[in-house]
Design a protein around this ligand. Structure first.
Ligand code: HSE
Length: 329
């Protein structure tokens, strides 16, 4: 397990970086992610590889950050109202440079889907800028900038989508202040199946539903499950992964917002999945399976249920993405 702590961000290290870097424009893939993973509300997450946004980040003479193109969904162009813009500004304000950046966003992840749409935008801009500057910042420092963009969308600072998007694999956010992120190993045969019902649940509204206090007995169950899930990921113990994927605190409140959640979860478990739960703040539902074939069987089982409901939906089957955000051009 690697522990990453935020270190002081120095402009002189940034200056060395951008002096040696010659690239002017890059295209990146910023992946979707699953936060919470049942028992790890606000701290645990993993990265997907079959869905994500593409973004172009460009160095330009004009100082500042400008969003110049958005495709896929209707999102604000004003930098300070756009998640990618706010995280970019958080980084930009720490730099002493005489040029600026343009950002193009090709959005594939629907906002309010529960698979880290805002995190992908927030991560993409700071990752791309960092690459063009010659990587003056480490991934924990990038998470600290991106958290400002994420907070615009969810009205609170949390990094359980940002960290897996940046680091890849499974991550645990041990602390927000100071920011401490643990990388957790990903068992080789783990696959995710996701259903995204085409309804929107705003993270801020889904958070407002949650109780401010929980029973001690529920808390004990939850942290026992989280500890055993982390152990199971370290030891590739699929049976223990299955036994740990339970959420007694958040799921009972939020599952009511997701049509047919109980039926889907039952069918998923009957199809051989290790477990299932709400992806982030919903409405997407994730499941984890040992093998691609089981993940595909789970997909069929969910499709059988949802195709009867009249609700539009999308499905994704994905290996866990251990790389995270990356340059594609
Ligand atoms: N942990 C957050 C929540 C993730 O469940 O509210 C939302 O993206």
């Amino acid at each position: 397990m690697e522990l990453h702590k935020e270190s002081a961000i120095s402009c002189s290290s940034a200056a060395e970086g951008y002096l040696i870097e010659k690239m002017n424009e890059i295209k990146i893939f910023s992946p979707a992610t699953v936060a919470n993973v049942s028992c790890g509300f606000d701290v645990l997450g993993f990265c997907l590889d079959s869905i994500g946004d593409e973004m172009v980040i460009r160095k330009v003479e004009k100082k500042g950050i400008a969003i110049t193109r958005i495709e896929g969904f209707d999102l604000p162009y004003a930098t300070e109202l756009n998640v990618a813009g706010v995280s970019a500004l958080a980084m930009y304000e720490t730099l002493d440079i005489d040029f600026g950046f343009e950002i193009e966003i090709y959005k594939n992840i629907k906002p309010g889907s529960g698979i880290g749409s805002s995190a992908a935008s927030a991560v993409g801009s700071v990752f791309g800028m960092n690459e063009l500057l010659g990587r003056p910042f480490n991934k924990t420092e990038l998470t600290a900038f991106a958290i400002k963009g994420e907070a615009l969308a969810s009205k609170c600072e949390h990094a359980d989508n940002l960290a897996p998007a940046l680091f890849g694999g499974f991550t645990l956010v041990k602390s927000i202040s100071p920011l401490q992120i643990l990388e957790i190993p990903t068992p080789d045969d783990l696959y995710a199946t996701i259903i995204h019902p085409q309804i929107e649940i705003k993270t801020s509204e889904s958070r407002a539903l949650l109780p401010q206090k929980v029973d001690l007995s529920d808390a004990i169950t939850q942290w026992a499950n989280l500890g055993s899930l982390v152990h199971a990921l370290h030891t590739s113990d699929y049976e223990l992964i299955s036994d740990s994927l339970n959420d007694v605190i958040v799921e009972p409140h939020r599952s009511k917002l997701i049509p047919h959640f109980d039926n889907v979860k039952k069918a998923v478990l009957e199809s051989g999945a290790l477990g299932a739960g709400i992806s982030g703040s919903g409405p997407s539902i994730f499941s984890l399976s040992k093998s691609m074939q089981t993940a595909l069987n789970v997909k069929d089982a969910i499709e059988n249920i949802y195709s009867e409901t009249g609700i539009k939906f999308e499905m994704h089957v994905s290996k866990i993405n251990t790389q995270g955000v990356k340059i594609i051009e």
